[in-house]
Design a protein around this ligand. Structure first.
Ligand code: ADP
Ligand code: ZN
Length: 515
């Protein structure tokens, strides 16, 4: 049987599918060719199959590193139900059970072995190259302190490539910004891994952000005619989940609060009622949603601002999995920003968390297409307005900002893409501060070309350009600004840029600058 026939036959036989999803086949092919890779695919995109299928076709066992010990047994059971031999290896097992698993591995009795990163130290010395066909790293963003869910146990995964240079390593994640993507490859010691970036676009989700004033009345209005629809309201505090759930119940909605302070029985009961359409509305902390497979969630509201874009995107992504139009609404308030800043205070990687919070805030304040801002954050360079976000539906007033954008891009270019927003703004405005002089930036050609625009306004325009995907922040490198391919279009090919008019008299000021 040819390899191709074999592949589709196995796809049908073990998984019941006739065709591959986008990217799946290319990833499978890379693994069959023993190439390292980094796959960024949205939740539900079908990552598991990408390593399960090659495991069936290759000699040896696929070692799958996964942080979710609680889900391992289910994953293994599901595989076995599909006629695929699998096992797991983690700290929930006795030593003798662990030894049995290793015995099975030696005897080539299992095609997939799920292992917790903490248990890898114990397993690795027992592994030999001839036993293994590939390493799959699930939730690979956990390896990076720049990611949003850093787990120290992941940092030892670089050992895999070191110990087994010939075995392909495939890293999978549903959530990694551009900087984190590069860091993952670096740390896993697969710097030349091919990137498979599946589209993150969820066109059916309407994206909306509103000022966080009078939130409850706004929610009640939002929910008018939505009594039967399933939805989730995310809050920062447990107290708020209960308060809001109670208010909704008083207004005749069926709603339940969900947070980590409830007993696990209570939590699974609530979850069950939600999944089976008995309770349409859940008011929850971010503890809710992981591993919940419900296709008809029609809306997600963020009562409070999430702490980063990764979290926000995952949470709104729980709506509209069936592809039908769904609404997402984020309430943005500066008080939340301050509280979230405080939360980072004891964190070992506070710097990254604050930078991510800044990006979240910039997204919330975006005046251009929100989808463009989101997708660019994950490395997907799109330029076309989506037509399905608040800013596309009711755009702010725009002016032709091409010349101002060229000036900004040119400054970034002349600063050799080494400086953060504030310095770029200082140079554009011709600021006479010591930092500028110490680096002799007053000699740069773009020094002072936007001196007629207020400092905060220039900053706002720079942020607009970031949100439009013209500039990119490398926040793990002191927040330096970089030009994207779009910036080069603007600088060298005369591509036009629309900038949103800022409040008050900025429009005339901006015009002056442009002329
Ligand atoms: P992820 O791990 O990326 O969140 P999963 O691997 O759990 O996603 O897959 C999500 C869902 O998509 C599963 O129900 C799976 O059975 C289904 N799926 C995966 N690949 C295909 C395919 N080629 N055709 C149809 N459904 C698929
Ligand atoms: Zn849009």
């Amino acid at each position: 049987m040819s390899a191709i026939a074999n592949k589709t036959t196995l796809l049908k036989k073990h998984f019941g599918f006739d065709t591959f999803r986008p990217n799946q086949e290319a990833i499978v092919n890379d693994l069959l060719a023993k190439k390292d890779l980094l796959a960024i695919m949205p939740t539900g995109g079908g990552k598991s199959l990408c390593f399960q299928l090659p495991a069936l076709m290759m000699q040896g066992t696929a070692i799958v590193v996964s942080p979710l010990i609680a889900l391992m047994k289910d994953q293994v059971d599901a595989l076995q139900a599909n006629g695929i031999s699998a096992a797991f290896y983690n700290s929930s097992q006795s030593a003798s059970l662990q030894n049995e698993v290793i015995e099975q591995l030696y005897n080539q009795k299992i095609k997939l072995l799920y292992v917790a990163p903490e248990s890898l130290n114990l397993l690795l010395p027992n592994l030999k190259e001839e036993h293994i066909c590939l390493f799959a790293i699930d939730e690979a963003h956990c390896i990076s302190a720049w990611g949003h869910d850093f787990r120290p146990a992941y940092t030892q995964l670089g050992k895999l490539k070191k110990q087994f240079p010939k075995i392909p390593v495939a890293a999978f994640t549903a959530t990694a910004d551009v900087a984190t993507q590069d860091d993952i490859a670096q740390q896993l010691q697969i710097p030349s891994a091919k990137k498979h970036l599946a589209s993150f676009d969820r066109k059916n989700l309407f994206l909306e952000v509103r000022p966080g004033t009078q939130r409850l009345p706004q929610i009640l209005k939002f929910l008018k005619n939505k009594k039967e629809e399933s939805g989730i309201i995310y809050c920062l505090s447990r107290k708020n989940t209960e308060k809001i759930a109670q208010k909704l119940v008083e207004k005749g909605f069926e709603a339940q609060a969900y947070h980590a302070g409830l007993s696990s029985e209570k939590r699974s009961e609530i979850q069950d009622d939600f999944v089976n359409d008995r309770t349409p509305i859940i008011v929850a902390t971010i503890a809710f949603g992981m591993g919940i497979d419900k296709s008809n969630v029609r809306w997600v509201i963020h009562y409070n601002m999430p702490k980063n874009i990764e979290g926000y995107y995952q949470e709104i992504g729980r709506s509209g999995r069936d592809g039908l139009p769904s609404n997402t609404l984020l309430f943005y308030s500066f008080a939340d920003v301050i509280q979230l800043r405080q939360f980072t205070e004891d964190s070992p990687n506070q710097e990254f968390q604050l930078a991510k919070l800044d990006r979240m805030q910039q997204y919330s304040e975006a005046l251009s297409c929100r989808r463009i801002a989101l997708l660019n954050y994950f490395g997907e360079h799109v330029a076309e307005d989506c037509g399905n976000c608040d800013n596309c539906k009711t755009p702010p007033q725009f002016f032709d900002g091409t010349i101002l954008a060229q000036k900004i891009c040119s400054a970034v270019y002349r600063l050799k893409e080494q400086e953060p927003i504030n310095m770029v703004v200082d140079v554009l405005r011709g600021s006479k501060n010591a930092q500028v002089f110490s680096k002799a930036y007053q000699k740069i050609k773009t020094y002072g070309v936007a001196k007629d625009v207020a400092w905060l306004d220039v900053q706002q325009y720079v942020i607009q350009l970031i949100n439009q995907g013209v500039l990119e922040i490398r926040f793990h490198e002191k927040g330096r600004l970089l030009l994207t391919p779009l910036a080069k279009e603007i600088l060298f090919n005369g591509k036009k840029v629309k900038l949103a008019t800022l409040q008050t008299k900025v429009k005339s000021v901006a015009k002056e600058t442009v002329n």
